[in-house]
Design a protein around this ligand. Structure first.
Ligand SMILES: [Zn+2]
Length: 239
């Protein structure tokens, strides 16, 4: 039996210890109570803790978040957590700076994008859109049935016309058909962009504590995902 646990094991036990202290956020070095990423007292980097991305940035769980502040915090933390800064620090601090940098990049990538931010928040609420979609695809595959996606009512006509164009394209593409498909694709893309406004309205409701907003957001994201699939189908025949 080795009496020298590797760095990974050390980090895990350190992380567990910190999880037990979850609500205290004590600095591992000086014991100060205000520690988050860095101790407010001694400035040491703190262990990476499992946390949601909003908390990571010290931001409230709001969707209409301050994007300027988010970006500023990201660059500030990137500089302060950069592994180069810890090249002479202890092994555990080096490993925490790496872990936190990776958490930081994930958190920023997800939160800066309006769609992924909304999906992420829904996931925190226990609603996994992507997962549901994957499960539906998998079930369709095993049952041999075509995966059915409900066509949003306002898209019925366009989806019908588009399917005819796509069928036509399969039997032979010409310049006229290509132009029609490009125009359709551009229209659908604009529609996807304009959904930003619907989403924003839902955000405001959610941030204001209106639970109805959850189903509004799910609806917008589903309609958007339907459009995205149509655009993908068009790109498929255009390539
Ligand atoms: Zn400290």
């Amino acid at each position: 039996m080795s009496n020298q646990p590797d760095t990974g094991t050390k980090t895990v036990s350190a992380t567990l210890q910190v999880m037990q202290d979850e609500h205290h956020h004590r600095c591992w070095s000086c014991g100060d109570m205000r520690a988050e990423h860095f101790c407010g007292e001694c400035g040491h980097v703190q262990p990476a803790r499992p946390t949601d991305f909003f908390s990571f940035f010290g931001m409230p769980r709001k969707l209409d978040l301050d994007e300027v502040k988010l970006e500023r915090e990201f660059y500030k933390l990137s500089r302060k957590l950069h592994p180069d800064v810890y090249s002479r620090a202890s092994a555990k601090e080096q490993s925490w700076s790496l872990e936190k940098t990776s958490q930081l990049n994930d958190a920023y990538r997800i939160l800066k994008d309006p769609i992924s931010r909304t999906e992420y928040l829904l996931k925190l609420q226990g609603i996994q859109l992507e997962e549901q979609s994957k499960i539906a695809t998998e079930m369709a595959r095993t049952s041999g049935k075509e995966k059915k996606q409900t066509v949003p009512v306002e898209l019925l006509e366009e989806a019908f016309e588009l399917n005819m164009l796509l069928e036509e394209a399969k039997s032979g593409m010409d310049d006229d058909l290509r132009a029609q498909l490009v125009a359709t694709r551009d229209g659908l893309t604009r529609r996807m962009d304009s959904m930003q406004e619907d989403l924003h309205a839902a955000w405001k409701k959610w941030d204001g504590g209106d639970v109805e907003a959850t189903s509004m957001m799910v609806d917008v994201l589903n309609r958007r995902s339907y459009l995205r699939n149509l655009v993908r189908d068009i790109n498929e025949v255009l390539k």
